[in-house]
Every structure is written in structure tokens, then in C-alpha cells.
Write a protein that binds this ligand. Structure first.
Ligand code: PMP
Length: 389
């Protein structure tokens, strides 16, 4: 019998279909608010100048393409430490380079499944849809906590806490560190403290996904929630991505960090993470991590990179402010972070946005603010308000 015929057909990625439809739309004022990459005011996703400079150094200086180990580029991991963990630089952390934040999440999922078979993982509703697929593919059972109310544009914090209070000791919770995808709504410092206390008190295992450091409130502030959680618990995982904050997307540049205050447990976690990495991809791709290492270990390049990142962050803030100014029901967007916001639109309204106004967004109502310019905001708001009438 055919192996292939036993397979259930899988739906294609919705956002990729959206790209195709957008490309073939002839309307000149069309807007692509679908795909989740940063774009400048001219609609481009340029390579950072700091990345180009680092790449030139690598072309000249890299003298071998021989294998690195399963942990990847150790210099990259060392260079990330102060950026991610701050002045403490977290001696009690083990790191491994991964193919993107996605690879880090997949390893986290497999480590959880191996270390605590049958554990439940609480994910936010909503969250990045791939979270569910990644953890389910590794055999992890999912539960949800309410996270966001699109109509009022607020975090449903009490409902979130109530859901986490039902978790059994040993269950895991997935938290997004900053620039929440898809809502843009992050926890306040006080809310992070409350979650950290709850997670510690109930003995939950936190997995923190930090994929947009520097695009929200700034490099330090975007790490704050994660650091509060790490300070409160005996062990945790951090899935990190450099794909947005270094603009490296297709280079697939990420890391998984295990934090643990117990040296033997940490070394057990480390050896298992390496074994899982070997079984998944043996070794991660080199280039993106080599670029990040080169940038972060050269103070001129690091300064250049931070300035470019800050320009992106400011542009997102400007678009948020313009949306808040023009749309009374979008005022909350200016206190949210990162690339995304979730508009309270039905699937039908999303379809009409596309058909009547040439505005393309995900079926969930998620928009990528980097697809807008400050100048395009008034027209966008007019169309949005027409739809909502
Ligand atoms: N986590 C979140 C919340 C994301 O939005 C993304 C990317 N869309 C990732 C992780 C994965 O990032 P990467 O492209 O580095 O795999």
C-alpha cells in the first residue's frame, strides 16, 4: 500500500496564499499587512548595513567551512549572553545555536516531552499559530490561557492568571517575552511580576519565546519580563531569535537557552539539548550566527546595528501613533509593541478589506504595522471604519 496515500492532506500556509493574491492584485494603492517581516517606509526589507559590513569581514576572514559542533557557533552564544540576560550574564545558562527561533522552540518542545512525559503546555489564546503546531508535533499536550480581547484591545490578565492557577505543578507555560505575536499587547512589569510569582508558587515550567528583542520598548526593556521569570524559578527555557532584530530571516538564526540554578540538572539539560539537536539537524547553519557574532564582538558594528534597530523601532512607534491619532478605537495601539496588532474583524470583514479596499491581512485580523506608512494611515483608517459600520 502507498505510504503517501495514507496521508491526510494538509492545508497550505494561509499567509503564503495571501502573498500570491497580493502579488496578482493590479490595484496600485494595495497594502500588504500580512506577512510578518519588517518593512521600511518604502516597503523594503533591506539587509542591515551592519550585517553587510560583517558579511564582508566574513568573506575576507573566514578560512574554513569545516563543521562546527552541535552547539553551533560558541562565540555567537557568548556574544548573545549579555544582550539577552543582561549584566548578570547568567552563568547558570546553557546555550545552543538553532535554525531560527522555530528550531529553538522545536528543541524546547522535545526536551519538555522527554523530561516530563504527559505534561501540559499552556499557550496563550491567541498566540503565533506555529506554536501549537510545533509543540503538538513533539507530542506535547496543549492547554490554553485567555490572553487578549480584541474588542477592547486589552490583555485579559485576570483570565490568564485564573487559567494558570488551574495548571498542575510540573505543567509548562509558554510566554512571549516582548512584541506579542499576533496582538502587540505585552504584559506590564507588574503583570510580569505577578506571573513570575504564580509560576514559581505553582511549580510551573516556563518556556519564554523572545523573537523580537529591541523592536518593542528597547533592547533592555524587551528582556525584562523574561529576566523576572528567570529570577523567580529554578529552571526555564528561552527560545531566542535573531531573525527580526538583525533582519536575518532566511539565514535562520536562533538559540535555545536552558537556565537552571542546579549545576547537575543544567548539565543534564545541556547534554539532552545537544543530543536532540544532533537528531534534528546535526549542526545548525553557520552564516547568520557568524554575522551576529561578528557584529556583537566589534563595538563599531554593534553600535551601527543598535542604531539601525532603533530606527526600525521608531518607525513602528510612529505608525502606531498615527493609527491611534486617526482611529478613536485604535488608541490602545500606541501602548502596544512590535510589528503586530489584532483588529476586531470577522473573517468576512477581512475578505471585504481585501476585495473593496485592496488591504491584505491575515484571517485572524492580525495586521503587520510595517506594511503601513504614516502617510497611508488616514486612508487605511477610513477603510477600516467603513467596514466596521
Ligand atoms: N516566535 C514568534 C512569536 C514568532 O513570531 C516567530 C516568527 N514569526 C518565531 C518565534 C520564529 O522565528 P524564526 O523565524 O527565527 O524561526
Amino acid at each position: 500500500a502507498s505510504v503517501f496515500s495514507g496521508l491526510a492532506p494538509q492545508a497550505p500556509d494561509g499567509l503564503l496564499a495571501l502573498i500570491g493574491a497580493y502579488r496578482s492584485d493590479p490595484r496600485p494603492d494595495k497594502l500588504d499587512l500580512g506577512v510578518g517581516v519588517y518593512r521600511d517606509a518604502r516597503g523594503r526589507t533591506p539587509v542591515f548595513a551592519a550585517v553587510k559590513a560583517a558579511e564582508r569581514l566574513l568573506v575576507e576572514g573566514q578560512d574554513t567551512k569545516a563543521y562546527l559542533g552541535a552547539e553551533g557557533d560558541v562565540g555567537y552564544l557568548e556574544a548573545l549572553r549579555p544582550l539577552v540576560f543582561g549584566a548578570r550574564a547568567q552563568a547558570d545558562v546553557f546555550g545552543v545555536q538553532t535554525p531560527g527561533g522555530t528550531g529553538a522552540l522545536r528543541l524546547a518542545a522535545e526536551l519538555l516531552a522527554a523530561g516530563r512525559p504527559g505534561a501540559k503546555l499552556f499557550v496563550g489564546a491567541p498566540t503565533w499559530p506555529n506554536h501549537e503546531q510545533i509543540f503538538e508535533a513533539a507530542g506535547v499536550t496543549l492547554a490554553t490561557y485567555d490572553y487578549f480581547d480584541a474588542a477592547s484591545q486589552t490583555v485579559r490578565f485576570e483570565a490568564m492568571i485564573a487559567a494558570l492557577a488551574t495548571a498542575a505543578p510540573g505543567d509548562a507555560v509558554l510566554l512571549q517575552g516582548a512584541c506579542h505575536n499576533p496582538t502587540g499587547a505585552d504584559l506590564t512589569k507588574d503583570q510580569w511580576r505577578t506571573v513570575a510569582d504564580l509560576v514559581a508558587e505553582r511549580g510551573l515550567f516556563p518556556i519564554i519565546d523572545l523573537a523580537y528583542q529591541g523592536l518593542g520598548r528597547g533592547l533592555e526593556d524587551d528582556a525584562l519580563g523574561m529576566r523576572l521569570i528567570l529570577a523567580a524559578v529554578p529552571e526555564a527555557l528561552v527560545a531566542y531569535s535573531c531573525d527580526k532584530n538583525f533582519g536575518l530571516y532566511r539565514e535562520r538564526t536562533g538559540a535555545l537557552f536552558a537556565a537552571c540554578d542546579h549545576p547537575q540538572r543544567l548539565s543534564k539539560a545541556g547534554s539532552n539539548i545537544l543530543a536532540l539537536a544532533r537528531a534534528n539537524w546535526s549542526m545548525p547553519p553557520d552564516h547568520g550566527a557568524a554575522v551576529v557574532r561578528t557584529i556583537l564582538s566589534d563595538s563599531d558594528l554593534a553600535t551601527m546595528w543598535a542604531a539601525e534597530l532603533e530606527t526600525m523601532r521608531q518607525r513602528l512607534i510612529d505608525v502606531r501613533a498615527a493609527l491611534a491619532n486617526h482611529g478613536p478605537d485604535l488608541v490602545a495601539l500606541k501602548d502596544q509593541n512590535g510589528l503586530f496588532a489584532c483588529l476586531p474583524l470577522t473573517q468576512h470583514q477581512v475578505g471585504r478589506f481585501r476585495d473593496d479596499h485592496a488591504v491584505y491581512l491575515a484571517g485572524s485580523g492580525r495586521i503587520n504595522l510595517a506594511g503601513l506608512t504614516v502617510e497611508a494611515v488616514p486612508d487605511f483608517i477610513r477603510a477600516y471604519q467603513t467596514l466596521r459600520q
